[in-house]
Design a protein around this ligand. Structure first.
Ligand code: SF4
Length: 283
């Protein structure tokens, strides 16, 4: 069996940086407690390992002890929460991805200049909730072309993208937005890592009999990868780890493609490759 690994599969720059910073905290820990505000990355194995090493995940900042440390995940947080944290006696370790920070800055800048803000993305995703918090939660969040119909006519407007949406979603919605907005300033803030990962997955999914997408069930970019692959390859599965692969599904498969979401460490990709190849040897 031939195995094709998509380029740019797995950890992106932002996640790599965040995971390194989190493990730095573990390795250089003093006596203060360390918390993560929300799951640091969408990968249960990594989150569990960090928890075992003392980083506790919390969902509300009220749960923080004085003199503790708080890690801000790559998705970032709303401005108000940032300010509330600054007023507490805690050390903020900001791991917000620089690409997400840029989106927050754009939104905040145009909001202050009186522009309406449109975010194209998933309104329940922490990154979008965070970005919306930099324009006082005033943004119109558009998840589909249908949503554009329910928008009022807008005057001066700035539109940005959740960093992990597809290029197609951005282009389709942007085309329609021009009909609803008098003066539209657009920033395509889809991150390059996402674009490259999606293009590579799309390319190899056309060449294989089966696609395996590795990534957390809650990971938005992993789900998008799965959707992209499903369009070209009926036999596409998503798994969080090698344990979830039933080797029977690989029977009669001649070429298998593998890609992985931005929060998937290399060792999980390797475990999947090992399982597939060892399973074949045992047949
Ligand atoms: S996918 Fe892009 S924006 Fe998101 S954390 Fe990774 S590098 Fe940053």
């Amino acid at each position: 069996m031939k195995i094709l690994i998509a380029d740019n599969a797995g950890f992106c720059f932002g996640v790599k940086r965040a995971v390194r910073m989190a493990y730095d905290q573990v390795n250089n820990s003093d006596d203060s407690k360390t918390y993560a505000y929300g799951e640091l990355i969408h990968n249960p194995q990594v989150v569990k390992d960090l928890e075992d090493k003392g980083i506790k995940t919390i969902e509300h900042i009220d749960e923080l002890d004085e003199n503790s440390k708080i890690l801000i995940r790559t998705h970032g947080i709303p401005k108000k929460i940032y300010e509330e944290l600054k007023n507490k006696k805690v050390e903020i370790i900001d791991m917000t991805c620089p690409f997400v920070k840029r989106v927050q800055k754009i939104v905040n800048g145009y909001y202050k200049k009186g522009y309406s803000i449109v975010i194209i993305g998933d309104r329940n995703h922490p990154e979008v909730i965070g970005v919306n918090g930099w324009c006082n939660n005033s943004a119109y969040v558009i998840q589909s072309t249908d949503d554009v119909n329910s928008l009022p006519f807008l005057d001066k407007t700035c539109v940005v993208a959740q960093t992990t949406i597809t290029q197609k979603m951005w282009e389709d919605i942007l085309d329609l937005l021009h009909l609803k907005v008098k003066e539209l300033i657009s920033y395509n803030t889809i991150c390059d890592a996402t674009n490259k990962r999606q293009s590579s997955a799309e390319k190899i999914s056309k060449e294989v009999d089966m696609m395996i997408v590795i990534g957390g069930k809650n990971s938005s970019n992993t789900q998008k990868l799965k959707k992209i692959c499903e369009k070209n390859c009926d036999k596409t599965i998503q798994v969080e780890s090698a344990d979830e692969i039933d080797l029977i599904t690989l029977k009669d498969v001649e070429t298998v493609g593998i890609t992985a979401g931005a929060s998937t460490p290399d060792y999980l990709i390797q475990e999947v490759i090992d399982k597939i190849t060892s399973g074949r040897k045992e047949e």
